[in-house]
Design a protein around this ligand. Sequence first.
Ligand code: PBG
Length: 342
Amino acid sequence: MATPTTTIRIGTRRSALALKQTDLVIATLQRAHPHVRCEVHATATMGDRDKTTPLPELGKGLWTNELEAQLIERKVDVIVHSLKDVPTTLPEGCILGAVTAREDPRDVVIFSKVHGDKYSKLVDLPEGAVVGTSSVRRAAQLRRSYPGLVFRDVRGNIETRLKKCDEEGYDAIILAAAGLLRLDFGGRIAQYLDSTTEGGGLLHAVGQGALGLEIREDDEQLKELLGAVKDTPTMTACFAERSVMRTLEGGCSVPIGVETAWVEEEEDGEKKKKLQLRVVVVSLDGRRAVDGESTLEVATLEEAEAAGTKLAQRLAGLGAQQILDDINKGRDSGAALKVGDV
Ligand SMILES: NCc1[nH]cc(CCC(=O)O)c1CC(=O)O
């Protein structure tokens, strides 16, 4: 049990989105545990400081390494992360103590203000229109359905990217709905993209829209306190997604999209809740793609991970491994593109 003097030191990045997400977690924590004191320790990570080096050259953990060092050195007790920025393998002694309920996990289209309300969907854009995204997952998937569009890098935090969209010659940019909604930019969303989008959508990043709370593995008190912010269905789905990524990524970030949903299926005259998991692996030029789906009963985080691994292994055998090997060996014709999910 928390004593009246318990103080939780919370590590976070310094961006407006990271601070907003931290506030959301603190509000929920304090509603459940009014006597707990929360202290925010904000740090700029390598990904925040270096705005020019191509993301893959910064390596994995560019949004998380400095924060994890503080956790291990006991300078902070928990880190609030955007789960999609957290590598699938955590440092020794660190675990995800909780995953929060998900904000909308989909990617969305934002049109430049210079177009007024001329466009409302990606299909409305003319041949040669410039779409900003630095994510090969987004560009590779969209190239398949919209071969006439030109994809161009756009880096920076959400406010910077919206400004660049309006002022630097982009016709549209692609961002995650979650960040926009949390920062009250929902009004800029023109179109939601998912597997059912007419004209062609895309599958979102692993963990997108959820927050991951990383703690020291032996911190039993915090594990219990975080029960107040944990959403078990989201956590379970995200463990399956992360397991897909862990199984497939052979040492480099790869264009993998996912979608998960809890569905009811009738089996032996009984209604059962099952986890539906969809995955796509795309070549960087968007010319090749392997996709697959499984719907399984999963009761625990371990079973969720097993479901993710199984589907990933099946897709690896169906050609996903070939796509990933080609990317790793630089044989993919889109290999000059920057690999990473931003
Ligand atoms: N590193 C980029 C990043 N990390 C988390 C989010 C917000 C969405 C989320 O919580 O998944 C974003 C911005 C974006 O992709 O548009």
